[in-house]
Design a protein around this ligand. Sequence first.
Ligand SMILES: O=P(O)(O)OC[C@H]1O[C@H](OP(=O)(O)OP(=O)(O)O)[C@H](O)[C@@H]1O
Ligand code: HPA
Length: 191
Amino acid sequence: MTQGVALTADELAGVMDRAVCLHDAAAVNDALDRLARDITGQMADLRPLILGVMTGAIVPLGRLLPRLDFPLEVDYIHATRYHKTTTGRDLVWLARPQTPLRGRHVLLVDDILDEGHTFRGLLEHCREEGAMSVRTAVLADKPNAGRVPGLAADFVGLTVPERYVFGVGMDYKGYLRNADAIYAADPVDED
Ligand SMILES: O=P(O)(O)OC[C@H]1O[C@H](OP(=O)(O)OP(=O)(O)O)[C@H](O)[C@@H]1O
Ligand code: HPA
């Protein structure tokens, strides 16, 4: 299910102009280096199965993998709840991993942890499928009052404020995932 509106190039240029850069490209690079170091420290001996949470994980996962120098497998999992809008709804499953999870040490990698309903659903799935352990890594953590109680990522790259953010995998209404820094949309663009 895909909702949201088709945005013109002019409208997107306006969103970019009004946005505030929260973490520039250098800060994102440093955060990915740190994430890789922390993940390596905990998981290098576990031959983990890394699951990218589509679609937002594409950029952070693609940039993280070459920084991980140990045996690992990669697959993907696809559940979504924002549907190209700025408001989360029910989690809709689009694809479950093809790799059996039983007995595996799993690392879920996503672009952002916001209210946490996505991770809650994915963690439950991995545990039901018999994963031996499940850890979570996000490029951006957005602490907020609506967070699923007790839910936190094991590995966090950067913290972002309670604004709608985009770039480095995170979308603005389906666009701007390819921006190479993390931006906060102006409040006028949040609806
Ligand atoms: O913590 P939550 O409030 O659940 O939000 C986080 C999720 O929302 C985004 O996915 P989205 O549903 O927008 O799909 P996308 O990955 O295709 O952007 C993001 O990539 C996370 O998976
Ligand atoms: O702030 C956000 N930006 C992009 N995608 C998201 N998914 C949840 N929150 C966000």
